[in-house]
Ligand binder design. Structure first.
Ligand SMILES: [Zn+2]
Length: 172
């Protein structure tokens, strides 16, 4: 399995930390909501959409904490998780299950951290709810590295998008 992982993951070469720093300081696309702009396919924002359904979008995270870090969000703008309709919740759940299967089967990940940052003081940076799926692999560093948002992850997001999109379509 290690060999497989090495084949899939290219050697580390890009550092995203500097970009993320600029982003954290406010240097981000000048749109009302980044995720709404992704839904609208606005040229103002990078679009890393893997797939979309009637209610939701699944996308590569532009600043991945780990290879395979994806986000799922409702197309409808909301900052309140408890506002989601049953249909939206079910739809997002289905996307999550499919992505977990892909990451487990194709990338042999051995665990997941899945969750939301909700509210002003939770550490979230986009006011449009989105669920993070962070796959975990053997022989990587600890949980805190991921939670502390300081880990330097080296996997070019567009390359990740290309691979995940292919797996997504194959599984349909
Ligand atoms: Zn929005």
């Amino acid at each position: 399995m290690l060999q497989e992982l090495n084949e899939i993951e290219p050697p580390r070469k890009n550092l995203f930390a500097t970009k993320k720093l600029a982003y954290a300081k406010g240097d981000r696309p000048k749109v009302d909501c980044i995720l709404c702009s992704v839904v609208e396919k606005s040229p103002e924002v990078p679009n890393l959409t893997i797939a979309e359904t009637e209610f939701s979008v699944i996308s590569v995270n532009l600043y991945p904490y780990n290879p395979g870090h994806t986000i799922i969000f409702p197309k409808r703008h909301t900052i309140v998780l408890t506002d989601l309709s049953d249909a939206e919740v079910l739809d997002m759940y289905k996307l999550r299950v499919k992505m977990m299967k892909i990451l487990s089967e194709k990338w042999s990940c051995s665990g997941f951290n899945i969750g939301y940052n909700l509210g002003k003081f939770s550490g979230g940076s986009i006011p449009h709810i989105h669920e993070h799926i962070v796959p975990r692999f053997m022989n990587e560093s600890g949980f805190l590295d991921v939670l502390a948002n300081t880990r330097v992850v080296i996997y070019e997001p567009y390359k990740m998008l290309e691979e995940l999109k292919k797996f997504w379509q194959e599984m349909e």
